[in-house]
Design a protein around this ligand. Sequence first.
Ligand SMILES: Nc1ncnc2c1ncn2[C@@H]1O[C@H](COP(=O)(O)OP(=O)(O)OP(=O)(O)O)[C@@H](O)[C@H]1O
Length: 269
Amino acid sequence: MTQTTSAIRLQRATKVFPAAGGGTFTAMREVTLDVAPGEFVTVVGPTGCGKSTTLALISGLEPASAGEVAVAGTPVTGLPGKVGYMFQQDATLPWRTVVDNVALGLRYRGVPKAQARERAREWIDRVGLGGFEKYYPHQLSGGMRKRVAMAQTLITEPEILLMDEPFGALDVQTRELMQAELLRLWAGTGAAVVFVTHDLTEAIALADRVVVMTAAPATVKSIVPVTLPRPRDVEAIRLDPAFLDLYREVWNSLREEVEIARERGARRG
Ligand SMILES: Nc1ncnc2c1ncn2[C@@H]1O[C@H](COP(=O)(O)OP(=O)(O)OP(=O)(O)O)[C@@H](O)[C@H]1O
């Protein structure tokens, strides 16, 4: 039987950090997860459980202490070239215009300036920022800066997108708008996405599967498939009874872990 190669494969991946007061701290324990090419996976879990660490292992920013991590069938040993990132904080350079910020990823890959700018202009149009090419990041709203960040990330045509609460700092309306924009832009790319969020509504609205992590050390507690049809209207979908059932299912799985994490916090605090 032939098997399609996973875009991302974690096999019993474990991460142990040196602890601040001496000894060690296990942030991830035997996490096993396969993400198919073109699949959108969201990850939820209690605060501090190891979600960002999972992304750090996939991106090659941190090596696994045990287990295996592979991207497109190749073990991750450093920063793989096929990966795009988006974080809560923008990666825009304040002294560069929108067009030059969007062109950055291509420039880093050696694309000549004129060509990189031309492609950047196309992406600026695609994310709805046509006319703002010469603006600087501080002249834009938070939502517009997110559009710049999306163009900046997608222009390199990553096969894998790692997103760590990218819309976490936005107000609710802008966040919903950006979710819709992300789905629209991603739909044409075939990229596999791992998207970390604390917002269960966001997790379900975006995903093909929601991965629920345990309280630290992170391990996969449950995986909830989201069979809602695409394309999705992220605003309307949350009123769908099937959405509410999924919300209940994810929350029932997560609740126990949140309580464990809260109790630990209270004991420390
Ligand atoms: N470089 C590091 N050295 C030591 N400990 C670390 C390091 N990076 C992360 N940790 C620890 O690993 C644990 C998991 O951190 P991580 O950032 O992955 O959690 P998270 O689930 O993404 O948190 P949040 O939901 O709050 O964003 C934390 O207790 C953190 O202190």
